[in-house]
Design a protein around this ligand. Structure first.
Ligand code: ACO
Length: 379
């Protein structure tokens, strides 16, 4: 088989077929199973989006009710997992915790390697239901607070905020959080989704594939950028400091977190939705200064870098949104992961239903016929 020149970062390479999400990076369009993301964020809920991604159609009323039931009865962790969690170092990073604990869940599964489609789907459902509990329990544990067990009568988003804060969220807060879950659920063959598909293509197991995806998402060029955005906003003392701060970074050719995308060459439609959400939440929670700084950064970036196709991505306004929802900075990327498990799992199921092992080629650029130099003659 002949090989062609390497495509660095696999840019522009089509490596899978999917029926889940469609992206038009030039026109700033994102659809889940053909439905524009703005429609879903305005009218849908996270559980419905999970059904949509996994079944490629919207659920009936009874199907949605069943999915909510199936998820909520899995909120609680398997016996032994809470003790495992409480044995972790309190200062561990929540993404390291999540990656480790989702991997550990496999050891509480009597049949972890079973990847028959119906079994893989059940495992995905378990993991998706356990992720909020893991994150909320860990956050309360590290703060020295008592653990708040899940409540089955609450939705995915309500229950997470309840377990995290110890009180049922207001409808506005729960809805805002649910919109974040909808917006982050799937996004084509992004790096972490690709990682999940690569791992499952060896016919490994769902836990291993999701663990790999979490590891990928953590990176600052991917989902970790939302934490980078918040760090940047915290570094800028006030609105008047935005211009010199951003210009200094641009002059030093440093990247501004939350901007730029491999696929979008215009504003990410999720950023448009999150911007509206962030503006409202900032007003409601007295964080107008944070939103004003974000808008000022966007304006400067548009003036300076729009010609290069650098616009806000999903991570830019999600930082302000999560901050206004009262989340700690190091929980931002775990929120992304919690939602994206829906997308990763859908891709795992798609990959399994028409699998071929991923095994690209590397272009060898080293020497040939090199002499084997005896040890004593090596300098
Ligand atoms: N700030 C300033 N300049 C940028 C930025 C940015 N955020 N992003 C890209 N550029 C510039 C690059 O310096 C490069 O300039 P050059 O051609 O003069 O060398 C050009 O735009 C192309 O950038 P690349 O990094 O080569 O583009 P690539 O497609 O490989 O990377 C990426 C996309 C990684 C997202 C990049 O835009 C970036 O690092 N952004 C900041 C991190 C970030 O926000 N990541 C989240 C992405 S969304 C997600 O994963 C959920």
């Amino acid at each position: 088989m002949s090989t062609t020149a390497a495509s660095k970062g696999l840019a522009g390479i089509v490596a899978a077929e999917t029926e889940m999400s469609y992206i038009d990076g030039e026109r700033g369009i994102l659809e889940y199973v053909g439905i524009p993301i703005g429609e879903l964020s305005a009218k849908s809920n996270f559980e419905e989006v999970i059904f949509l991604l996994w079944n490629r159609r919207l659920p009936t009323e009874s199907e949605l009710k069943q999915l909510k039931l199936d998820l909520s009865e899995r909120y609680e962790l398997p016996a032994g997992m809470s003790n495992r969690l409480l044995a972790l170092p309190m200062n561990a990073g929540p993404m390291h915790m999540l990656r480790t604990m989702i991997s550990a869940l496999s050891m509480h599964d009597p049949d972890p390697n079973n990847i028959e489609l119906d079994q893989a789907r059940l495992k995905a459902l378990n993991i998706l239901a356990h992720a909020p509990t893991l994150i909320a329990y860990f956050d309360r544990y590290r703060r020295g607070r008592y653990l708040v067990p899940p409540r089955r009568d609450l939705s995915f988003s309500e229950n997470f905020l309840y377990m995290l804060n110890g009180s049922v969220p207001t409808p506005t807060m729960a809805r805002a959080f649910d919109i974040c879950m909808i917006l982050h659920a799937d996004h084509g063959l992004n790096n972490s989704t690709f990682a999940a598909r690569v791992v499952i293509s060896t016919l490994s197991d769902v836990y291993s594939a999701l663990t790999a995806a979490i590891g990928s998402l953590r990176g600052p060029l991917h989902g970790g950028a939302n934490e980078g955005v918040m760090l940047m906003l915290n570094e800028i003392p006030s609105l008047k400091d935005v211009e010199p701060y951003v210009m200094d970074k641009i002059e030093r050719k440093e990247k501004i977190m939350g901007f730029g995308h491999r696929v979008y060459k215009t504003k990410d439609p999720r950023a448009t939705d999150l911007q509206k959400l962030a503006q409202q939440l900032a007003k409601d929670t007295g964080n107008e200064d944070l939103f004003a700084k974000s808008q000022a950064i966007e304006k400067i970036m548009e003036r300076e870098l729009a010609a290069k196709g650098i616009y806000p991505n999903v991570d830019f306004y999600s930082a302000t949104t999560y901050h206004c929802l009262g989340l700690d900075l190091d929980l931002f990327t775990p929120m992304f992961a919690m939602s994206r498990i829906a997308g990763w799992a859908g891709h795992i199921l798609e990959q399994l239903s028409d699998n071929r092992l991923y095994r690209p080629a590397a272009e060898y650029i080293g020497p040939h016929d090199a002499p084997y130099v005896p040890m004593k003659q090596r300098s």
